[in-house]
Write a protein that binds this ligand. Structure first.
Ligand SMILES: [Zn+2]
Length: 308
């Protein structure tokens, strides 16, 4: 009997773990962050697309800023490759402005300016998903409401984020440390990236538990950076080992727990769950991140990296 009970408990544990759903998304296509001297932006995108295909991932949304194509015309090939790989493109504004610095009208004009590029690749309306730059949704309630109303009137749905570990922090130091060939520093980047991802996996699940009393399908924010490309196979394995299975973003965001508008008016922004916590004056226990160390790593490599 005891043995049977133990087996049932173990099975229940496995089932509840295997039910965790995660949608992965990438921001800042086609150009994000610094690059090691010998790497091109196309190679970064190709590497990510290769991993997604190899690991049989569902369709992955990439959120674009078309200004980058104007600045670096060859990066148009990245959007084409993303689209050709069967992955949809969404709107992340044309120039990646901070909503805190603009009026609602000017911000929405920047959203509109991005549409011509999105429509080149989308004839079915799949691009009508919007991701706020910096996860800033409006520094006042009035601006939040005006922008949200403008987005909804244009047919957009909001691509909220509920899983985030600030993956982008590792891309610039990776470029510098690759340039100097500092193997100890590169090992540190590798280990700390996975460590922080794991810590925040738990921390983000805890936010959902506090708000909803349960797990929800999560949406992970990633960026199209050089180190993200390198770490993606291991990162996907990490999530799998923790019982997550991958789903398409629109499917995750259909969950009823995403129906609340987090209209607090919050200058600092944050993930959907962080914004809801803030509105409800609930405490979020911040985990430590090695901001200072990442910033100071491999200063001698700075001259050799491609700039943003
Ligand atoms: Zn962005």
């Amino acid at each position: 009997m005891l043995r049977l009970l133990l087996t049932c408990t173990a099975l229940a544990g496995t089932l509840s773990l295997s039910a965790q759903k995660l949608a992965i998304t990438f921001d800042d296509l086609p150009a994000h962050g610094d690059m090691p001297p010998t790497v091109t932006r196309q190679q970064i995108a190709d590497s990510i697309l290769h991993t997604l295909k190899q690991q049989r991932m569902p369709k992955i949304y990439g959120f674009i800023n078309a200004l980058s194509v104007q600045d670096e015309p060859e990066t148009l090939g990245i959007l084409q490759a993303w689209h050709d790989g069967g992955n949809p493109l969404g709107n992340h504004t044309w120039s990646h402005p901070d909503i805190n610095d603009l009026t609602a009208e000017k911000f929405l004009a920047d959203v509109d300016k991005n549409e011509a590029m999105l429509k080149r690749f989308d004839h079915h309306g799949d691009h009508l998903w919007f991701r706020y730059p910096f996860l800033h949704e409006g520094d006042t309630v009035e601006k939040h409401r005006a922008v949200r109303a403008g987005l909804l009137a244009r047919g957009y749905k909001i691509a909220e984020v509920t899983m985030d570990f600030e993956d982008y922090l590792w891309n610039d130091p990776y470029a510098r440390c690759s340039a100097t060939g500092d193997t100890a520093a590169l090992q540190y980047l590798h280990d700390s990236y996975l460590q922080v991802a794991e810590q925040y996996m738990d921390a983000n699940r805890k936010l959902a538990q506090q708000l909803f009393g349960k797990d929800i399908p999560y949406v992970l924010l990633m960026h199209l950076g050089a180190f993200d490309a390198r770490m993606l196979p291991e990162l996907l394995n990490l999530y799998r080992s923790k019982g997550f299975r991958f789903v398409e973003m629109p499917k995750a965001l259909k969950d009823r727990h995403y129906r609340t508008d987090p209209e607090g008016g919050d200058e600092g922004g944050g993930s959907y769950t962080e914004l809801l916590m803030s509105i409800r004056s609930m405490d979020t226990a911040e985990k430590e991140k090695p901001y200072a160390k990442l910033e100071q790593l491999c200063p001698d490599g700075a001259a050799a990296v491609h700039d943003k």
